[in-house]
Design a protein around this ligand. Structure first.
Ligand code: ATP
Ligand code: PLP
Ligand code: MG
Ligand code: NA
Ligand code: MG
Length: 356
């Protein structure tokens, strides 16, 4: 188990399957974290199914739940992990909670660490309202670690990532604009970017995770990990990455003789090489767990889809047939979480961290 870590997890809840808080809560609890889940939406299933029922919390409802914690002194969190919020006002509520927890932590020994997953979009497009972007830009300066995907990194940095050089510029810009000490871009297809700079790209069909912790002068220290891409689209993997990162960062920081609640001295000891950073060491373990769980998920998915579906009574239109197939494939790709706690807790280390 990782060191005792109290986490406020603010993200979506789904009745079926594992994304958002239904992913993050289980992952962090499996590793021994004490998790308080504040759910921002209550949906039947993840949006990848293209249909769902349920409700979104208003900004007021999110603040009310937090006020409830405050009135009974239930706010001794070491970490807040914040993910999807359903409106710009909800994003601002989450920001207010982060700022309040930070202020409360200053009055007790130790500190507070905010991991922000700025959920805005993917694959070149926004899937939230336009006004969510400025809301994230406003709260990002209060975060300690930001976990954008490639598109979100472009939005936050204002830099289009078209090459290795612009990728490094985007991370540097995020550090600088939001004075945030830690950044990880959770996946980039490097082989698709043009080859400027000295770093050789990995072969095709690899994903690259790039992270950085600043030095005390604010300059970046970049590391990268290449992982083979599996031929499957998963939902909830961003949340899984974030949850594992919380637990493993707490562990790595403690191994370095510090802890997330102590002073943030571990943030920028300038002598530490990028590959030895707590953030980099955490990332290796995170990715090793993820890869094993996703490999098993893909095996189960393939087995499930290999079974013939019973014939439908009556005729289905081509469209109905396509929808039925799509729903079946989406369901089959749900991350196989609960039977795989062993690889969450005790991953076989299978990746290497490299200097950028
Ligand atoms: P977001 O959650 O914001 O969409 P993202 O697009 O970067 O972020 P993913 O593409 O889900 O998120 O990647 C997050 C992590 O999940 C990756 O670092 C990788 O470890 C794992 N992952 C996701 N999809 C795959 C895949 N097809 N093959 C291998 N690993 C994957
Ligand atoms: N939250 C909700 C409501 C979703 O529908 C999804 C994905 O479809 C997620 C979270 C997970 O997103 P990701 O795959 O980026 O982790
Ligand atoms: Mg994605
Ligand atoms: Na992300
Ligand atoms: Mg995400």
């Amino acid at each position: 188990l990782v060191p005792e870590t109290r986490v406020l997890a603010v993200a979506s809840h789904v009745v079926y399957g594992h994304v958002g808080n239904t992913m993050a809560t289980f992952v962090m609890q499996s590793l021994g974290c004490e998790v308080a889940a504040l759910n921002t939406v209550h949906f039947s299933n993840h949006t990848g199914y293209r249909q769902f029922k349920g409700t979104r919390a208003t900004a007021q409802e999110i603040s009310d739940l937090y006020q409830g914690l405050c009135q009974s002194n239930l706010t001794d969190f070491d970490v807040m992990l914040s993910g999807y919020a359903p409106s710009a006002a909800a994003v601002e509520s989450v920001g207010t909670i982060g700022i309040d927890l930070q202020q409360k932590a200053e009055k007790r020994p130790g500190s507070f660490f905010w991991v922000l997953d700025p959920v805005m979009g993917d694959q070149g497009r926004l899937y939230v309202n336009d006004d969510v972007v400025p809301a994230y830009k406003k709260i990002a300066p209060f975060a300690d670690l930001i976990l954008p995907n490639q598109f979100e990194a472009e939005v936050l940095s204002g830099i289009k990532i078209t090459s290795l050089a612009t990728l490094a510029e985007a991370i540097t810009a995020i550090h600088r604009i939001y004075s945030v000490p830690h950044v990880i871009i959770t996946s980039v297809q490097l082989f698709k970017l043009s080859q400027s700079g000295s770093t050789p790209p990995p072969p095709e069909n690899f994903l690259t995770v790039i992270g950085s912790t600043t030095r005390s002068d604010g300059s970046p220290r970049l590391f990268r990990v290449d992982i083979p891409a599996l031929d499957c689209f998963f939902s909830g993997t961003g949340d899984m990455f974030a949850a594992l990162t919380v637990a493993r960062l707490s562990e790595a920081v403690s191994a370095a003789g510090d802890n997330l609640r102590a002073t943030k001295s571990w943030v920028s000891p300038d002598i530490v090489a990028a590959t030895d950073l707590p953030l980099a060491q955490a990332t290796i373990k995170v990715l090793s767990s993820m890869h094993s769980v996703l490999e098993r998920t893909m095996e189960s998915r393939n087995a499930e889809l290999a079974v013939a579906v019973p014939a439908h009574n009556g005729d289905l239109t081509t469209e109905e047939q396509a929808k039925r197939d799509y729903l079946r494939q989406t369901k089959a790709a749900e991350v196989r979480l609960v039977r795989n706690t062993r690889v969450l807790r005790d991953p076989k280390i299978q990746f290497k961290v490299q200097d950028w």
